[in-house]
Design a protein around this ligand. Structure first.
Ligand code: 4AD
Ligand code: MG
Length: 429
């Protein structure tokens, strides 16, 4: 029988055996306290002279931070706090020593913590973030699985670029040159033609030589694609999706968000229809506060903040100039020069969390766009086939998991949103 700290409520008054790590220790007179952590929670184990074995008190003296141990004792309700438990400890055994654990309760610099990321994960703040991340992943899967979408994962090795050639990771595939996937979208367009409503969810790669608080080199993206959805249907799907993720996370992960000191009142209003701005409206908003902005350009991070700061909900910006968007975006026949792309900007300056839109479904236009973007026709033969055989209007989007985690947790930097971040300038551990 294995007992876990998270389940102690079931065992009040009973003797349990817990295995975990020494988070903190302290002594006062006849009593010694061990904060024991087992991954599911942290519980105080109280060693009282006379109530515990004498050896336990001697062993206790050898405990250092992160020593792994076995504790046997009785589960008691905390005398003051409802729903909090403690262990009236009887025995203590050391499983593994932990001399000179590098991360101490004092403040460490970020570089040091990143270098020790494998150990940093053992701290309370990281537990909270990773649990929120896991909740968001669960919400993502449940949302689509519960709406008749089929998970159709895309390959990581890809012969061609999806999001422009400037940030492609080149790799060797035996004798061929290949790339690490920037997005599964093009493959989702194929599976959407097969299964109607599909999504993929996996790691994607961008060789971006920039150090910002929003960019990872390797990040996870969920990409739904729906046959016969136009750009407006796409925005509706995206807003329902984001509402579901946010509301479920604040409900199920209230404890973790509290530990992260997240102001939940900023997340509660993330419901219902989100505001929608045409690129031109958004660009004028930006121009007022950033006179250097050139209308027609893509928005930089500070520009996105200007736009999103006007709203308490995330905001869609649609109809970007086709020139700043990817080759596959459908140009609006009613507004030549503008692409039917729609990005979703998060609240509180967290920037773009969703990029997507309606795809070009006309074969001739698509072939021309591929050439204009200096992409190789032969790489896109299969992709163009989707327009050759029963072409169909379709739309989809990609939501960046880590940006979503940073936003919901209220983190200043994306590096803590993934267990082992890959950043420009950091690939260890
Ligand atoms: O806007 P992006 O580049 O869109 C696509 O890749 C589309 N093909 C998706 C689709 O329509 N199926 O990326 C989508 C999202 C961004 O909005 C952002 O949340 C995230 O992916 N993202 C990154 N997250 C972390 N680090 C990076 N370097 C990111 N680049 C994009
Ligand atoms: Mg984008």
């Amino acid at each position: 029988m294995r007992y876990y700290i998270s389940d102690l409520a079931q065992y009040v008054g009973q003797k349990v055996e817990l295995k975990g790590w020494a988070y903190q220790t302290r002594s006062s007179g006849k009593v010694k306290f061990l904060e024991l952590r087992d991954g599911t929670g942290i519980v105080p184990c109280i060693f009282f002279r006379g109530e515990c074995a004498d050896e336990a008190l001697t062993t206790f003296e050898q405990l250092t931070q992160e020593t792994s141990v076995k504790v046997v004792g009785t589960v008691r309700k905390h005398p003051k706090h409802e729903g909090v438990f403690e262990i009236g400890a009887e025995t203590l055994e050391i499983i593994g020593q932990s001399p000179d654990y590098p991360i101490t309760p004092k403040d460490h610099g970020t570089d040091f913590l990143m270098e020790n990321r494998h150990l940093w994960l053992r701290s309370k703040r990281q537990h909270a973030i990773l649990r929120v991340r896991a909740e968001i992943i669960g919400a993502i899967r449940d949302f689509f699985d519960g709406r008749g979408f089929t998970l159709t994962d895309a390959p990581i090795f890809t012969p061609s670029a999806c999001e422009g050639t400037s940030n492609l990771f080149e790799t060797q595939f035996f004798d061929e040159k290949m790339y690490l996937s920037q997005s599964g979208q093009l493959y989702m367009e194929a599976t959407a033609a097969a299964l109607g409503k599909v999504y993929c969810f996996g790691p994607t790669f961008r060789a971006e030589k920039s150090k910002t608080r929003r960019h990872l080199i390797e990040f996870w993206m969920v990409e739904p694609e729906v046959a016969f959805n136009d750009m407006y249907d796409n925005m509706e799907l995206a807003e329902q999706f984001v509402e579901y993720i946010v509301q479920r996370t604040i409900k199920n992960r209230a404890t973790e968000l509290k530990a992260l000191e997240r102001d939940i009142s900023k997340l509660e209003p993330i419901k219902g229809a989100f505001p929608r701005l045409h690129y031109r409206e958004a660009a004028e908003m930006v121009k007022k506060e950033n006179p250097d902005f050139i209308i027609g350009d893509d928005f930089g991070a500070p520009d996105e903040t200007i736009i999103s700061s006007k709203f308490e909900k995330p905001v869609f910006v649609h109809h970007y100039p086709a020139a700043v968007k990817a080759f596959y975006m459908k140009e609006d026949p009613k507004e030549p020069g503008y692409a039917m792309g729609c990005d979703l900007l998060a609240t509180e300056g967290y920037g773009e969390m969703i990029g997507g839109g309606q795809r070009e479904d006309n074969l001739e236009i698509l072939e021309r766009k591929i050439r204009e973007h200096n992409l190789r026709d032969e790489d896109f033969k299969w992709y163009n086939d989707l327009r050759r055989y029963g072409s169909f209007p379709h739309s989809g989007f990609g939501l960046g998991l880590e940006r979503t985690v940073a936003w919901i947790c209220g983190l200043p930097h994306i590096r803590e949103t993934i267990p082992f971040p890959r950043l420009y300038g950091r690939s260890y551990p």
